[in-house]
Design a protein around this ligand. Sequence first.
Ligand code: HEC
Length: 135
Amino acid sequence: MLITARIVCSVAALVFSTLAPLAWAQELAFTQAQADNGKALYRETCQICHGSSLANGQFGTPLRGSFFQDKWKGKSLGELLSFVYEKMPPDKLMSLTPAEYTAAVAYILSRNEIAASETAMDTNQQALAKVMLPW
Ligand code: HEC
């Protein structure tokens, strides 16, 4: 019994250590549910500064279109998520949960013509450090 358990454990450890790096090789992805949650959150929390179209805000920079995309060109999704996490909303820093910040970023991506998929966006900024923005 004990030996069987040990074998099962070491096989599990082996499988885990082989798969773990794959889990970190994230792609640029988010689900429609994340984008929908982000949309609701955006309306409540971000729209007042960034505007209803994400590019017509009086107090915030555009979050879609060429201005935004040029600014974030060559950067990673992790950097974008960290920025939002650490700096937004400026009047109520860190007021959202990691899942909510992730959803808000998913919504911003969806408004920059990136399609939702079956894979959810990771809430961990480090995990997204190697995921490049597509612009
Ligand atoms: C009180 C006004 C205000 C609110 C509310 C606000 N923002 Fe901002 N946001 C700004 C300003 C001002 C900047 C530009 C700051 C800078 O570039 O350092 C900015 C920049 C950004 C950027 C980077 C844009 C760029 O040009 O690089 C993102 C992304 C962003 N905000 C997302 C959000 C999200 C998501 C929310 C809601 C959770 C939010 N903001 C709420 C004022 C606001």
